[in-house]
Design a protein around this ligand. Structure first.
Ligand code: F6P
Length: 326
């Protein structure tokens, strides 16, 4: 079987990008081992502080963040690191050619209940080599990403990755400690009857999203003429993984639940890297109307509504929004 190192050697045009991916995935092995030990490694529960988003941090959020930050800052190609957990980006080697952003542990409310969580990462070019990087340097549209991927710590640990025009998947072999290629061409079917949404937010959504959910719940008795099924992992990384494996729709739409948040998910740590994977696997990724990868960021921690997955379903939601004048 083909290892990650062999794959990167043959398919990544940028050796610095490959090296950064290797750093992330090596730390991922340690995170995976800690998760397997769970309570036995004293990694469960609250850390006792809040992150920059005002969310309670779990012990493993902090641990994963510190491990990734330390390893990446030492990588000579890395000019700067931005984490969902930290107020500002951390400058690293000013001669490095790359910037990296990560969500160290996505879906952290799943940690204490032994459910899937993951690490998401996005790699951008660094334009000001020779100068110390700043938050501003990270404000590049998702279409500029050189590579993106995630590690899913589920019943097995998996890596989904795109370093070229394809999306591939690896499984971490617990015996050899290698990531082994298990799918060299991930493709998402254009049609689906499966959707993921936190429906408890229904009353905070805009009209077109309420209409969409009314329609899929009506199933074969409504305008869609067929039944749909809901799946919700409560960790974006798990929901996106399911979509890359068998298609589907994932949305965390615009809502008015919190006055200052347009959506729950973060553009640069979650939406951009996942949108790159989804598009390169043949799917579609929007904020309901606009392509996510075209959004010009204004803040490294900005949030964005997300609708992504099987092309025809994402497009259906876009048309509903257009009809409603959104
Ligand atoms: O990062 C936020 C996140 O944990 C996502 O991974 C996930 O999709 C979402 O929040 C779950 O949110 P909720 O609390 O609405 O279930």
């Amino acid at each position: 079987m083909i290892t990650l190192a062999q794959y990167l050697n043959e398919h990544s045009a940028n050796a610095a990008v490959s090296d950064l991916i290797t750093t992330v995935t090596e730390v991922g092995k340690t995170i995976s081992q800690l998760l397997q030990k769970g309570a036995l490694a004293d990694i469960l529960g609250e850390a006792g502080n809040q992150n920059v988003q005002g969310e309670e941090q779990k012990k493993l959020d902090v641990l994963a963040n510190d491990m990734l930050l330390k390893a990446l800052a030492q990588n000579p190609h890395c000019a700067g690191v931005a984490s969902e957990e930290l107020d500002h980006a951390t400058p690293a080697n000013k001669d490095g050619s790359l910037l990296i952003l990560f969500d160290p542990l996505d879906g952290s409310s799943n940690i204490d209940i032994n459910m899937a969580v993951g690490t998401i990462f996005s790699i951008l070019p660094y334009q000001r080599q020779g100068h110390s990087s700043e938050d501003q340097d990270f404000l590049q549209a998702g279409s500029q990403q050189l590579a993106a991927g995630y590690l899913l710590y589920g019943t097995s640990t998996m890596l989904a990755l795109s370093v070229n025009d394809k999306v591939v998947m690896f499984s971490l072999d617990p015996d050899s400690g290698d990531y082994l290629l298990i799918n060299d061409h991930v493709q998402i079917a254009a049609d689906t009857s499966e959707y993921a949404i936190n429906a408890s937010n229904y009353r905070y959504w805009r009209k077109p999203m309420q209409q969409y959910i009314d329609e899929v719940i009506a199933g074969e008795t409504g305008v869609r003429g067929r039944d749909f099924n809901t799946r919700w992992v409560a960790a974006m990384v798990g929901d996106i993984h399911r979509i890359l494996c068998r298609g589907g729709l994932f949305t965390y739409p615009f809502d008015t639940k919190y006055a200052n948040k347009a959506g729950k998910l973060r553009l640069m740590y979650e939406a951009n890297p996942m949108s790159l994977l989804i598009e390169r696997a043949g799917g579609m990724a929007t904020n309901a109307v606009t392509r996510i990868l075209d959004i010009e960021p204004t803040d490294i921690h900005q949030r964005v509504p997300v609708v992504l997955g099987s092309k025809n379903e994402v497009d259906y939601i876009k048309q509903l929004h257009i009809q409603h004048g959104e």
